[in-house]
Design a protein around this ligand. Sequence first.
Ligand code: HEC
Length: 188
Amino acid sequence: MRLRTVKVMALAVAFAVAMASGASLGLAQAKKKKKCKDGEVEQVASYQLAKGENIEGAINTSLTGKFGDSKTGLKWMVHRRLGNCIACHEVTKILELAKPDDLKSLKTYGFHGKIAPTLDGVADRYTEGELRLIVVSAKKAFPDANTIMPSFHVNEGFNRVIGDCKGLAILSAERVEDVVAYLKTLKE
Ligand code: HEC
């Protein structure tokens, strides 16, 4: 091969590499932008606020018209972005799923915060409708507490929301129902 041909080829290769890395940079940026894509939703269900027995309010009918699935609810209880209830609440039943010799189960189920009441026996303390309101909007459920618990089915009124999570609720109506179904299993 003549030297000039080699030079041209080298240039072409360098160009291709630059394009490829540029493209992957673009891809990385696109990935970064898609941070809020665990199924957070724009749409929140409308509901009727009823009177509660143990707290002021309750939402007595399912947001979806269907029962949730408690097994799926457990998934959201421990999900780092959706729910993450165990960041604040200790739940013995979930702790029991953490096996000391299995790092994955330990990471998923093993680390509970102790900055909120334990959820053990919560189904004995609240009606289903009250549990639903607590998950949908803790601010409405505990109006006098200035609570630190997030409102999970609310899509407005937040400041400094990260990236494209703006205008989205953390839990969809269906996922709220799954969490409520799980909470209903927490009897003492
Ligand atoms: C940032 C912390 C935090 C997170 C995350 C959190 N909570 Fe709470 N939660 C609280 C606090 C604090 C209270 C007590 C109410 C208050 O503020 O006085 C509470 C109260 C409750 C109660 C009533 C408990 C009782 O015995 O009175 C339920 C039920 C509950 N939370 C469910 C959940 C569920 C389900 C999730 C996840 C989807 C969750 N919480 C996520 C902080 C949190």
